[in-house]
Ligand binder design. Structure first.
Ligand code: PLP
Length: 611
């Protein structure tokens, strides 16, 4: 083997299911043996006539083609006048449902023959399907003997972990996946479920079109269709968000607020336009109440360090709920240690609901801050946030609501909620990582000292003193994450076009379906059984380690989280150190839930046969 494909080769990209620049040429970059061996495993597992092969061969499914199609097409940017600063960013994605020129409704682009130029196999033979010839793969694999058992390709019907090329694994838990020995039972027919799917009903949006908007949902994992049920950790991004960020970098990129040139004006418009979208999305009174930060964690730290440090003194109390994510515990512990304030904790019942009476008893003249989540990331409990805010205000406390797990599942109106602060992370609401929002009442923000100093947040600086901007500028020191703020704006456009009420209604029905179906799995105990829940289905499986269950599901292409979910206090309240946590979003379907249940039934059945 003398010629090596570059990692940007569409051939390797098509096989890996990863997007790659469509260069159409071969380069002399070093051979990525790890990648190709994994690809080979996929190929052999699937066999030539299986779904994998056909998916790879299909123009619509070839990653390279998808990638090419997902770039803003020249047609798509035609007609935009870049010679003047648009008052509304011209790059606002077409609302979902409005076909772009040259694309199918919903953003699915027509596969074009030219998007997938003929590629050569590794041995240099033209490959009509973008797949290396089997001979090439064998040649690559032979010396490494990575297949399941001495040259026998790992079969997709082996136990999770068996035959996996673990030495090439990049996921932390796969690195120590243990091979198992026995074949598993055939997958039970998910359609035989006693729970009728019908009651989930048709979502009030076109689910197929919506799913096509999320390119990653076509990804294949271990040869299986990806079933993304890790939405509480992070959500996937629609094409509209990806394209908006690309457009930003291709046509608008500049630092903001401080220059006299065209691109600075475009970038500033785009960034401030995103702030306005967030304002409208949250129902805030003014754009000045929206501070861009890295995420919910940074937002809470900002409030703790700025508001908390300046308001708290020895003997004061900070009230948190038992449900909190570490991000809404640790910053308060730090500020309590610095000021002499005390933490008080609102208990929950055995379903995971906050005990309002106990909460009422905790509130008093010493309570200065109340901080709690609107949806628990570990249990899914929806807290009675509005009532809790009212109770805190009646006691004279200032309230922070952690919306990290609520913004993507329900309509939010900060005005109606009454919270003084509300925080969320962009990546949990279909936007990029590294961008998030602190909402704060304007007069409160302006009364708070900045927590970081630097450029952008000052009105005037001498060596003797500095004068600060009012909010939000005073809390946005330095160059912010401009492009991802713009991406957040696009994500908000996207979900707003679907309608948050529609999303909430559909997810509610889907959660009900999933909850019922989980009862079919022997030994499964749901953790978090509050009647008011969103998205999260934490559970433990009798006789199984949670990580093991997560690994086994992964082998079936099903992504869930297994661990403590950065919420150790609430898990310990239930006598647990970890759970397995599937979590839903609006692009999930009954079929996703069925796949989860089928996989769990198979895992349980396999263990029973072994023991
Ligand atoms: C309820 C809750 N709060 C805060 C956070 C922290 O979010 P981030 O890590 O995006 O800052 C999370 C993340 O999972 C969360 O679920």
């Amino acid at each position: 083997m003398t010629t090596s494909p570059s990692t940007s080769d569409p051939l390797a990209a098509a096989l890996s299911g990863r997007a790659a620049p469509n260069t159409g040429s071969m380069s002399s970059a070093p051979l990525d043996v790890g990648l190709l061996t994994r690809l080979a495993n996929e190929l052999f597992r699937a066999g030539p006539s299986t779904e994998v092969a056909s998916a790879l061969a299909s123009p619509a499914s070839v990653a390279g083609a998808t990638s090419a199609a997902s770039l803003p097409s020249p047609v798509g940017v035609e007609g935009i006048d870049f010679t003047s600063v648009p008052s509304q960013p011209t790059s606002i994605p077409a609302p979902a449902g409005v076909p772009r020129p040259g694309s199918l409704p919903g953003g699915a682009s027509l596969p074009s023959a030219s998007a997938t130029p003929p590629v050569r196999s590794l041995s240099g033979h033209p490959s009509p399907t973008n797949i290396p010839a089997e001979v090439d793969l064998r040649e690559l694999l032979e010396p490494r003997a990575l297949l399941g058992v001495a040259g026998v390709p790992a079969s997709s019907s082996t136990l999770p972990g068996a035959g996996a090329a673990v030495e090439d694994a990049t996921f932390y838990f796969l690195a120590y996946a243990t091979p198992a020995s026995k074949p598993v039972a055939p997958v039970p027919d998910p359609w035989s479920s006693p729970v009728p799917r019908a009651h989930v009903g048709q979502p009030p949006f076109d689910l197929n079109r919506v799913r096509r908007d999320f390119p990653i949902l076509e990804e294949r994992v271990h040869g299986r269709r990806l079933v993304w049920l890790d939405n509480a950790a992070t959500t996937q991004k629609p094409r509209q968000v990806i394209e908006r960020i690309t457009q930003y970098y291709e046509h608008e990129n500049s630092n903001i607020h401080r220059a006299a040139h065209e691109l600075a004006a475009r970038a500033t418009d785009a960034y401030e336009g995103a702030r306005e979208k967030v304002r409208a999305f949250l129902g805030a009174k003014s754009k000045n109440e929206i501070v861009f930060v890295r995420g919910a964690t940074e937002a809470i730290n900002l409030v703790a360090q700025s508001f908390g440090r300046s308001k708290l003194s020895a003997g004061d109390e900070i009230v948190l709920s038992h449900l909190e994510h570490h991000a809404n515990i640790v910053p308060w512990q730090q500020v309590a240690a610095a000021t002499g304030a005390q933490l008080r904790v609102i208990p929950v019942d055995d379903d995971g609901q906050v005990l309002l009476e106990e909460y009422g008893r905790l509130l008093g003249p010493k309570t200065k801050i109340v901080a709690f989540t609107q949806v628990s990331n570990a249990l899914g409990t929806i807290t009675p946030a509005k009532r809790m805010v009212e109770m805190a205000h009646a006691a004279g406390a200032t309230v922070l609501v952690d919306g990290a797990q609520s913004v993507s599942h329900m309509p939010i109106d900060v005005h109606d909620l009454g919270a003084d602060f509300f925080v969320f992370s962009g990546h949990k609401v279909f936007a990029p990582t590294g961008i998030g929002v602190l909402y704060g009442r304007e007069e409160l923000l302006n009364a708070m000292p900045p927590w970081q100093g630097g450029g952008n947040m000052i009105r005037d600086v001498t060596f003797e003193r500095s004068l600060y901007h009012s909010a939000p500028g005073r809390f946005e020191a330095g160059t912010g994450n401009i492009a991802d703020a713009v991406g957040l704006g696009a994500a908000i456009d996207y979900i707003t076009s679907l309608g948050m009420h529609n999303i909430a209604a559909y997810e509610h029905a889907l959660l009900g379906y999933a909850t019922k179906r989980m009862a079919e799995v022997p030994g499964l105990r749901l953790v978090g059984t509050a009647p008011d829940k969103a998205s999260v289905l934490s559970f433990v499986l009798a006789g199984f380690d949670n990580l093991e269950v997560g690994q086994a599901l992964d082998q079936d292409g099903i992504a869930v989280r297994a661990g403590h979910h950065c919420a150790q206090p609430i898990l310990r309240r239930f006598g647990l150190e970890s759970t397995v946590r599937p979590s839903l979003a609006f692009y999930n379907t009954c079929a996703d839930v069925d796949a989860l249940i089928a996989s769990l039934l198979r895992i349980v059945a396999a263990r029973r046969r072994i023991s």
